[in-house]
Ligand binder design. Structure first.
Ligand SMILES: *[C@@H]1O[C@H](CO)[C@@H](O)[C@H](O)[C@H]1NC(C)=O
Ligand SMILES: *[C@@H]1O[C@H](CO)[C@@H](O)[C@H](O)[C@H]1NC(C)=O
Ligand SMILES: *[C@@H]1O[C@H](CO)[C@@H](O)[C@H](O)[C@H]1NC(C)=O
Ligand SMILES: *[C@@H]1O[C@H](CO)[C@@H](O)[C@H](O)[C@H]1NC(C)=O
Ligand SMILES: *[C@@H]1O[C@H](CO)[C@@H](O)[C@H](O)[C@H]1NC(C)=O
Length: 507
């Protein structure tokens, strides 16, 4: 059958009146306050079940009420759920878990960890919890947000991942799969181009994304669905919607492409309505699941898109998706010991797993969809001023960027700690240079400083340990091409003048 015809059949199904913006059972828009409480209850049912039955294992097995390790052996669900606790307003439990993690989690173990999954879940979870810990009432050390125990744990976990390879065969440089699309395999790449551009204020990343976006729209988009195409010929290889692709409307909303985002979102929402969840693969022209891909592991992506789009439009249809998600997850997947992965959306059979992203992402995005005044949605009208040993930081003003496991990062903290470190490296480097020059030139002797070899300035925080110091030097060297305070071609004396508050050149 020619492809166009197949698509039209798919569209016919998508356009049935039942599928678009239908009112709730009682005809009114969902009540956010009611659904906030429902989502909270959902969280605690799953979270308490994990603690009772599965901790310290990575994940809960909800059908047998026990636990198992999945991505390592890091009490993954606890780390992944930590910042969700704060978003739901539970500071006491957040504080307790921070203690538990510091006492119990050990990254010095021999396991086969997935680089990608460990990075987004463990490193991302710890980083986010570190940045939120002051808000959660945890007593933070003097160098926070540029240092702290959770940050050190995140660093340790990240360093463990570094020498490990990944699945990619980088030696041949050949494309193994020649299908191009927006889903599995590339989804987080596109997501991070946009989010990285925002977080790091990097125009190059955004330019890259916009270039890809043009090709994606030219070759893979058909009637606001996105398909898989043969990357050289442009012919459709798979007229399939993958549930992982449901992040796309959210990403479009981040670049301001609201109308396209909303149209694609509504397409995907029809699939949710058809099954009460998103099958891993959905054959668009056939309007049905794909064999062996009928499961729904309670993924967040469509809800995530609804949250972004609701922020942008206030369209109540988006709350309806939230309502449908709460109702159907509770109806289909809730069991005595938590929420179980749906193995098959056709008959609602269950699997004995509750993925950690259910508490990290699905519940979090649902709650944020229904909680318009959550601190995460801050529009800059309030902020905290934090005095660090390096200077003043403005934090918590909003604009949080979620990593691909929904762990929010405050871009201001990144800016603050990076700026201060660059300045510190500049100063340290100049001091080294100064003393090396002083030793070479006798007329400098005893003029400005007391004698003795130069010591790095003692400051609290992560820069203190020798290995970090070396790392800082490495990064400093890399940074030297675009230094903040000095120009490599400037003579030493004028560099000193720039930093005149540190010491004066008396030669
Ligand atoms: C916080 O979470 C703990 C553990 O689930 C629970 O016992 C406690 O009641 C919660 N507190 C609030 C304020 O929700
Ligand atoms: C990790 O995987 C390798 C290769 O598959 C295997 O030999 C090794 O025993 C595994 N290690 C652990 C701790 O599971
Ligand atoms: C997409 O299509 C437009 C208009 O047909 C064309 O100008 C543009 O070069 C195409 N872009 C890519 C990346 O193929
Ligand atoms: C920002 O948020 C505050 C508090 O929610 C609200 O009063 C204010 O109108 C918002 N400002 C803008 C520009 O949206
Ligand atoms: C100081 O002298 C040493 C050895 O003579 C030389 O390697 C170094 O580059 C000199 N430093 C400066 C800043 O001139």
């Amino acid at each position: 059958m020619p492809f166009r015809l197949l698509i039209s059949l798919g569209l016919l199904c998508a356009l049935l009146p039942l599928h678009h913006g239908a009112p709730g059972p009682d005809g009114s828009a969902p009540d956010p306050a009611h659904y906030r409480e429902r989502v909270k209850a959902m969280f605690y049912h799953a979270y308490d079940s994990y603690l009772e039955n599965a901790f310290p294992f990575d994940e809960l097995r909800p059908l047998t009420c026990d636990g198992h390790d999945t991505w390592g052996s890091f009490s993954l669900t606890l780390i992944d759920a930590l910042d969700t606790l704060l978003i739901l307003g539970n500071v006491s439990e957040f504080q307790r878990v921070v203690e538990v993690l510091q006492d119990n989690v050990d990254f010095d173990i021999d396991v086969n960890a997935s680089v990608f999954e460990t990075n987004i879940r463990v490193v991302g979870g710890l980083l986010s919890a570190h940045l939120l810990s002051k808000k959660a009432g945890v007593e933070v050390e003097a160098g926070w947000p540029c240092s702290g125990p959770l940050l050190r744990m995140a660093e340790e976990a990240a360093r463990k991942l570094l020498p490990v390879g990944n699945h990619i065969d980088v030696l041949t440089g050949k494309w193994v799969a020649q299908d191009a699309g927006i889903g599995a395999g590339v989804d987080s790449y596109f997501e991070y181009l946009v989010k990285g551009a925002i977080l790091l204020q990097d125009k190059k990343l955004m330019a890259m994304f916009l270039e890809y976006n043009k090709a994606i729209r030219n070759y893979t988009r058909f009637d606001d669905w996105y398909l898989w195409v043969q990357m050289y010929k442009g012919t459709v290889s798979m007229p399939v919607f993958q549930s992982l692709e449901a992040y796309w409307p959210g990403l479009q909303s981040l670049i301001g492409d609201i109308d396209n985002a909303m149209r694609t979102f509504l397409n995907y929402y029809t699939v949710w309505k058809q099954f009460g969840g998103l099958p891993e693969f959905y054959n668009i022209p056939q309007g049905y699941t794909v064999e062996k891909r009928e499961g729904y592991p309670l993924r967040p992506e469509l809800i995530e898109s609804a949250m972004y789009l609701y922020r942008a439009t206030g369209d109540p249809t988006l709350l309806e998706l939230g309502r449908d998600a709460v109702e159907s997850i509770e109806k289909i997947s809730k069991v005595e010991c938590g929420f179980a992965t749906i193995k098959d959306l056709r008959d609602h059979k269950l699997d004995n797993r509750m993925e950690s992203f259910f508490l990290a992402e699905t519940v979090k995005y649902l709650y944020l969809l229904f909680d318009p005044t959550n601190f995460i949605h801050n529009n800059g009208s309030t902020f905290d001023t934090v005095i660090t040993p390096y200077g003043e930081c403005i934090l918590g003003a909003g604009g949080y960027i979620f990593n691909t496991e929904a762990h929010p990062i405050d871009p201001a903290a990144l800016h603050c700690c990076q700026r201060l470190k660059e300045e510190q490296w500049e100063v340290e480097d100049l001091m080294r240079e100064f003393y090396s020059l002083k030793r070479n030139r006798s007329k400098f002797q005893k003029k400005t400083m007391s004698s003795g070899p130069w010591e790095p300035p003692t400051r609290p925080g992560i820069l203190l340990s020798p290995e970090n110091h070396d790392q800082a030097r490495e990064r400093k060297r890399a940074k030297q091409k675009v230094p903040l305070l000095s120009c490599p071609s400037q003579p030493f004396t004028s560099k000193l003048a720039l930093l005149g508050q540190v010491f004066l050149d008396s030669s």
